[in-house]
Structures are given as C-alpha cells and as structure tokens.
Design a protein around this ligand. Structure first.
Ligand code: ADP
Ligand code: MG
Length: 700
C-alpha cells in the first residue's frame, strides 16, 4: 500500500487541525486513504445554469449566474441574518447567511458576476438560497473541468463550519497532487482483464474528477465490483474456516424412518424444489462439517415437510432432533401436524412451551436426557438450560427472523458438538441480499409452490365499502369456507389497537350472529391455553370466522380458510401483509385477500397496497420492501453493518454482486489460501482491509 496513504489527514495542505477534527468526527476520515475512499453520492451538471424564473419549488440543487445588488440585516439575536438581493435578467432571489456576516460582506463585491450554487427555498412568493456556494464567474470559468461535478456526502455540521462541497473538492484535488494520483492496484491482473476493468488509479481519478461520462461509469463499475468482491471474499473465507474447524456429526445412512415415510406416508409428491433442497441438506449431513443452512421459501411453499424429513435422517442415524418456532400457536400446530404425519411410525414426539405443566415438563426433561424422546417441538422454552438432550443431531428453527443470533448459538451449546442447524424463513429476502447478509450460512431456496395452488386474488377496499365486504364474507361462508379478519396490534398504541379489535369483534358478532355463525377470537392478551382452544376450534372448522391480531401472522395452516381481511392495512409493513395473506390460498379453492383502509394514505402506503394487489411473488414483494425501507431496517440493526457500503448498493447493483460472488467463490475454490502468484495482490489487499477495519468499514 502506498505508505503515504496512512498519513493523518491533518497533514494534507489546506486541512489543518480544526478541519481534520471535523472530518474525523463527521465523516470518519482519519487518513489520506479514508479521504480517497470518500466517494461522491452523485454528480451534477455544472455546465448547466438556471435562470431565476425557471426555479421549481422542489429544493433541488441549482446553479445560477447573477449579481448581488445589496445587503441588509434582518432579525434580532439568534434569528439575526444577513440577506443579499441576487439578480439575473429574469428575476430576484434572496441569499441568506446566519453566520459569517462580516466575512461575506468583506469578500463579496456587489455588481460583479457570481456563480452561486445551492438548494432553494420558497417562502412568501420569494425564492431564497441559504448559505450558497459562491464563486466569481471569472474564477468559475477557469476552474471548470467537467460537466459532472461530484457531490460528496456531508453533514449539517460540516456545512455550518464551512466545509462545503467546494472545499471538499479542493481538498481532494490537493490529495491527488500530493500522491501524484498514483495508487496501488488492489485487484488481480486476471480479474482486471477478464472483467475489462479500468485500473485503480484511473478509477479513483475518475470517480472524483470524471473526465467524461463513459469513464465515470467504468470507474463506478470497477469500484463497486471491488467493494462487493472483498465482502464476498471475506464471507466465503469465514464460511470455509467455519467448515474446516467445526466438525459436524456425520449422518452416514438414510435409514428406515426416512425410507418408510418417503415410500408409505408422504401425503403428496414432493416438488422439485423440495427434492433439491433435501439433497442439499443430505449432502451437508455427509460432509463431516457442521451444517448451518438457511432455507428460504415463500409462505406455503412447503418447508415443514423438508424439516420433517431432515429430522428423520437425524433419527435414522441415532440422533435426536428439535424444531423451534417463535410462537406458542405455531409450535402447537407443528406438534399436531407432525404427530399426524408420523403416527404410523414408531417415533416419539413431545411439545414444550411456556405453558407446559411442571409435571409434564419433568417427564420431557427426563425422556430427553435418557434418549427415549426423539423429537422435541416448542417455543424458545427449548433454550432453557434445564432442557438437555442425550444427543441432539439437528435443530430446526422456524421463522428465523424472530430469533436472534444469540439464541442460535444457545442451541449450539446443547451438546458437546454443535448440532446441524436448519433455519427456515418465509420472510423472503432477495437472494443476493441473503448471500451478503447471511454470509456465514449456506442458502437453499424453495422457489416453487406445490402444484394446484391458485394465486390469491387481492383487492384494496375503503372502509366505506364494508357492507359489500360483509356480503362477500357471507357468500364464502355459505360455500363452506372460513374467514380471517386481522387487526393491527402495534406496541406503542396497544390500548387503542386493542379497543379497535374488540370494537371490530363486536360489530362482526352483530353482523354474523349466533347460532348461524360461530366466531373465534385470538389476541396476545389471552392465556396461551385459551388462545390454543380458540385456534383449535377454527382449525377443526367449528368456527367460520377468526378475528385476530397478528399473532396468527406466522405459519398457521388452515387450508379451508379462503378469505383474509386485513383491517387498517395501511399500518402494516409489506412483508407482514404478505405473511398474513399467506394464511389463505393453502387449499384447492380460490382464495381472496381484502386490504381495508381509510381514505388517507401516504405515498408509501399506496405503494405497499398496489404491490400487494399486483403480485403474489414474495421475492418481488421483498424487493419493493427493501426499496421502501432500506436494507438496514429490513435485516435488523445487528446485521446491517455489513451493508454499510461506500459505493455499491446491494439492491441496485445486484448483478455486480452476483459477479463478485461468482469470482470470489471460483478464486477461493481454485486457491483457498490465495497463495498463487496471481492472487497475491488479493491476499495482500484482503489482509490490509481486515487490519485497517476503520479504513474500509464495510468489512464487518
Ligand atoms: P411453509 O413453507 O409456509 O411453512 P407449509 O410447510 O406449512 O408451508 O406447507 C403449506 C401446505 O402445503 C401444507 O398444507 C402442506 O401440507 C402442503 N404441501 C407441502 N408440500 C406439498 C407438496 N409437495 N404437494 C402438495 N402439498 C404440499
Ligand atoms: Mg411454515
């Protein structure tokens, strides 16, 4: 690495201690190297000038040529500001400064032509521009190098302290002067030639001082690729180290349980996707390494049967298995479902949740430790220290996004050796994102629904159409179908939500009276046993309507239910709406999802509702969700670090990400230690990146 690049930023000419302190605290820039890697957010065309009468009320950055005709002081105390009248041949604009009044008055000559640049505000019929960047037109014409002027990330504090974009630009120029713009190459010659990348120095120059748009595009491509490549390299290396270090139980044979179940008790044909995933799991079981696999599959894609058959493989090799689900309802449902599927096999299954009675609990603990119990299903009650297995071979975690990493690792320590771990999630994460976020996991995808599923018809209705919706419910019930009606329950306004739910329940009870109609209600404030009782009534078809909060969001499976009505749908997130909708459409009948909302809708809400109406594809929905919310929010904070990218964008640049992953994998496969001469540069750069964590913070 260019030794000069480790120089503290204070030493750069034009920076000095005050600016250096600001750059450090505001942008995390400590060294020359950090500064070089401060990439512009965007570029604007500085050969384009606005006339004052062309200004729009959109607050965009604009550049205008004109003259200052006079100054005035306005306001008192903290509100005191200096206002200049700025004129071109089409109109008048006010320039406003809250600080530095003396300096402005001294350095600006009224009557000369200036180029001003900044965002405009519109107030009381006048446009104004606070703290404009200004340059005399003469000077401006001398300095103009390109139509693409970089705009750097900034903060309010930086702007207030005079480190404007123009200043950053000057500092950057100085840096290129001092380093002669020569930077060491960080990718291998082979990657550069195969991908036709421009070299590092050229890329860095053009990202900061684009010569033309073609070179800017090449610079962006090269730097994005590099960023994503090193992330992938790191994730894959971690994964390889994990596999070589952590020995797993070897499940050598496929035995009686698996075969008998497969040949005699499987209630349907597996889809090709299910078969493929089972093969991937089987390969992991026989690889001598501990499996850490994420199974993604849209709601209703049939993950449970894959989990069950994987557990049978564990049992066939003399091990126990467990299945952990995030809610009581879901655990109970898994328990009943698996018992039914396994009832002809000689396998013992137990359920352990927070509401399991002490005497029962004791029995479970005992039979778990002496090995009589084969499969344990339950909530995070399974994680309690008292729960000890004789030999846990496989732990399945359903709906992983509700469990933290810490809980995963608790399962690990249930044994002397860590069990294989299969995590299932229906919260679809775009595959490329999953690869970068869950880099330590292998990912399997069920991308195919069981045959015969019909798309769920989704409509958006306003509250005033409620009577029609009730009519529709009546018709569906006449046909023998069941209905879900879901109300939001969001922590902050729990009391009000609860009232909405109860009001809704009352009005539905009036609309659908006994004895013709039976209604179940389930919500978070009920005792688990009551919840279960109500749920079971609905599962058995004794009630036709289930009024509930989102406690039913995950996993519940009632194939006869064909209508999902979501109240105040504008208050739900996209993935939640998709999950809820996934509760219907599980049988052969046409199913419906009705999104009820008030008239007042934000733009984001409208987008969410339109997305739900237009597609049933969970992955497509996830992409929109990601766009609306940003990856950090979607993944939870503990995982978003890895997404703290400097130039690439995991959504927009997913093609580049795929390339980066492909090359990282191929290179490591051929040369795991990166010791071949052609890879030396990669190993060196990788080591540098890991060492200077603060420099390129995208290495998590
Ligand atoms: P999820 O992936 O959402 O957990 P489930 O495992 O609950 O989905 O499966 C949804 C429904 O589809 C269940 O009723 C299940 O029995 C059924 N199912 C799963 N696989 C198949 C298949 N290959 N053919 C037909 N039905 C299937
Ligand atoms: Mg499920």
């Amino acid at each position: 690495m260019n030794a000069k690049l480790q120089t503290p930023i204070d030493y750069l000419k034009g920076v000095g201690p005050n600016r250096a302190a600001l750059l450090r605290s505001e942008l995390g820039i400590h060294t020359y190297q950090d500064l070089i890697n401060l990439f512009p957010n965007r570029y604007i065309d500085k050969t384009n000038y606005y006339k004052i009468n062309q200004l729009q009320r959109n607050g965009a950055d604009v550049q205008i040529i004109g003259v200052i005709t006079g100054f005035k002081d306005v306001g008192e105390g903290r509100a005191k500001r200096l206002v200049a009248t700025f004129k071109d041949d089409t109109g008048i604009l006010e320039l406003v400064w809250f600080r530095g009044h003396k300096w402005i008055r001294d350095s600006i000559t009224p009557g000369t032509k200036y180029v001003i640049f900044g965002k405009t505000n519109w107030f009381n019929g006048v446009f104004s521009m606070p703290h404009p960047e200004m340059e005399a037109l003469e000077e401006h014409e001398k300095n103009l190098r390109s139509a693409m002027q970089p705009i750097y990330p900034s903060t309010e504090k930086l702007a207030n302290k005079g480190i404007s974009n123009r200043v950053l630009n000057k500092i950057m120029q100085q840096l290129f002067l001092e380093t002669h713009g020569r930077f060491e190459e960080t990718l291998s010659p082979r990657l550069i030639s195969e991908l036709k990348l421009i070299d590092k120095s050229k890329a860095l120059f053009n990202i900061h001082f684009p010569e033309n748009s073609e070179l800017l595009a090449q610079a962006q491509f090269r730097l994005k690729f590099e960023e994503l490549f090193y992330i992938q390299l790191q994730l894959i290396i971690k994964n390889l180290i994990h596999k070589s270090k952590i020995k797993g139980y070897n499940f050598e044979h496929v035995g009686a349980h698996f075969n008998t179940f497969f040949q005699e008790h499987l209630p349907f044909q597996l889809t090709n996707a299910q078969k493929r995933v089972l093969k991937e799991i089987r390969a992991d079981f026989g690889s001598n390494a501990q499996m850490n696999r994420l199974l993604q599959g849209d709601v209703g894609s049939g993950k449970t049967i894959v989990a069950l058959m994987s557990m049978l493989m564990a049992l066939d090799n003399g091990f126990q298995a467990c299945l952990m689900a995030p809610t009581e309802i879901l655990s109970v449902q898994h328990y009943h479902g698996l018992q039914e599927l396994l009832n002809k096999l000689n396998i013992s299954v137990a359920l352990l949740t927070g509401s399991t009675k002490t005497s029962e609990r004791r029995k479970i603990h005992e039979s778990l430790e002496n090995g009589e119990l084969d499969i344990l299903i339950g909530t995070h009650a399974l994680l309690e220290d008292k729960v000890k297995f004789k030999n846990l071979g496989l732990a399945v975690i359903d709906e992983q996004h509700r469990f933290g990493v810490a809980q995963r690792s608790k399962l690990w320590h249930k044994n002397t050796s860590p069990p294989h771990i299969l995590i299932m999630t229906a919260t679809p994460i775009p595959r490329t994102l999953a690869m970068s976020v869950y880099g330590d996991l292998d990912v399997s995808v069920i991308d195919e629904l069981p045959p015969g599923r019909k798309d769920i018809k989704t409509v958006h209705r306003y509250d005033k159409n409620r009577l029609k919706v009730f009519g529709f419910i009546r018709d569906e019930i006449k046909k023998g179908r069941q209905i879900y009606i879901v109300y939001p329950l969001i922590q902050e306004s729990e009391k009000m939500d609860y009232k909405d739910l109860m009001d809704g329940y009352e009005s539905i009870s009036r609309e659908f009276p006994l004895p013709t109609y039976q209604i179940s209600i389930v919500h978070g404030q009920m005792k688990p046993a009551d919840k279960d009782f109500e749920m079971q009534r609905f599962v058995k078809g004794e009630t036709q309507i289930m009024v509930a909060t989102t406690v039913i969001e995950v996993g519940v499976n009632v194939p006869n239910a064909s209508v999902m009505i979501i109240e105040s749908a504008e208050r739900f997130g996209l993935s939640q709406l998709h999950q809820l909708r996934g509760r219907v459409g599980r049988g052969a009948e046409q199913s419906y999802c009705i999104l009820m909302t008030s008239h007042k809708l934000s733009e984001d809400s409208k987008t969410r509702l339109q997305t739900m109406v237009s597609t049933n594809d969970g992955f497509e929905i996830a992409e929109v969700d990601l766009r609306l919310r940003g990856p950090g929010d979607l993944m939870g904070t503990q995982q978003s670090g890895v997404l703290n990218l400097k130039i690439a964008d995991v959504i927009k640049d997913k093609d580049i990400l795929q390339h980066a992953r492909y090359y990282a994998k191929a290179i490591l496969k051929a040369d795991p230690s990166l010791s071949a001469p052609e890879n030396v540069v990669l190993r060196y750069t990788y080591a540098q990146l890991s060492k200077y964590k603060n420099i390129w913070n995208y290495i998590s």
